[in-house]
Design a protein around this ligand. Structure first.
Ligand code: PMP
Length: 281
């Protein structure tokens, strides 16, 4: 039985082990992990796993202030506490705990280390006789239309935007078409005053605000065309704005340091922003 779990410096009984709601691992999937097999007092490939853990941490721009030796000792002690002779240790490190914000730019964070053990005896006996498998398209993670907390790419994008003195990152698909913002839908007005937003083709979140903007546009006799547009069309737009429940209708004045229109808030953005608030009040 695995009864003890290590959380951030202490060993807790399973039922008392807790992480904070504002842990970025929980909020954003902003965490990394490793699983190391353990049998008869021996960790399998411990060093390689820790090496990969460090690489994962480094790639995501955070760190764990524990040496390999200390990690090893914690795992070893936990195995002993849990009286396991054949099992796995799950080593999880989240970026830390802080008030919710996609961007971790300038956040003072201490990574949180959690180690959980699992007994492998049953699995070992079960899979010795072989298993079945199926094939599936590799869709990891290609469901941006589902609002999950698996927000790591969004988190990294927003942080990069902030570091470049911008407030939002706009994603492009592999053909160079705009999908959406890291936490918003994107809209452009072309030079013929056509308002475009990408169609709901599974590559964007069907924004609730986006939907309401259709009503706002109708009230103002503005026609919306749901169609994907390119990065070039974005740059050359007369107006660009983003929409979300937390940003409402927010005009975008510059993209990649290029001025949109004359670099000031456009007429359509202003009207739609105003109508958005009016229809609820
Ligand atoms: N796209 C993404 C990726 C988002 O995170 C959000 C905000 N949740 C939106 C679009 C806009 O959705 P909504 O208008 O429902 O807030």
């Amino acid at each position: 039985m695995s009864n003890f779990i290590y959380v951030d410096g202490q060993y807790y009984r399973k039922d008392n082990a807790r992480v904070f709601v504002n842990d970025r691992g929980y909020q954003f999937g902003d965490s990394v992990y490793e699983v190391v097999l353990f049998r008869n007092n021996i960790f399998y490939d411990f060093e390689d796993h820790i090496h990969r853990l460090r690489r994962s941490l480094k790639s995501l721009d955070f760190n764990l202030n524990k040496s390999d030796k200390v990690l090893f000792l914690i795992c070893k002690y936990l195995i002993k506490l849990n009286k396991i002779s054949f099992g796995s240790v799950y080593i999880q490190v989240s970026r830390g705990v802080f008030d919710r914000d996609h961007s971790f730019n300038k956040m003072k964070l201490s990574p949180v280390l959690v180690i959980i053990t699992k007994n492998n005896k049953t699995d070992f006996l079960r899979n010795a006789t072989g298993i079945n498998a199926i094939t599936l398209n590799d869709t990891r993670w290609k469901y941006p239309d589902i609002k999950t907390t698996q927000l790591l790419p969004n988190v990294l994008a927003k942080t990069e935007a902030n570091r470049k003195n911008a407030e939002e990152a706009i994603f492009l698909d592999d053909k160079g078409f705009v999908t959406e913002g890291s936490s918003s839908n994107v809209w452009i007005l072309d030079n013929n005053d056509n308002l475009f937003t990408r169609n709901l083709d599974g590559s964007i979140l069907p924004g609730i605000t986006r939907k309401t903007i259709f009503e706002c546009a109708k009230l103002n006799q503005i026609k919306i065309i749901e169609k994907k547009f390119t990065q070039k069309e974005l740059y050359n737009a007369k107006e660009v704005f983003i929409s979300s429940a937390s940003s409402f209708v927010t005009p975008v004045n510059r993209v990649d340091n290029k001025k949109i229109g004359n670099g000031e808030v456009g007429f359509f953005s202003k009207i739609l922003r105003k109508t958005y608030f009016e229809i609820f009040e």
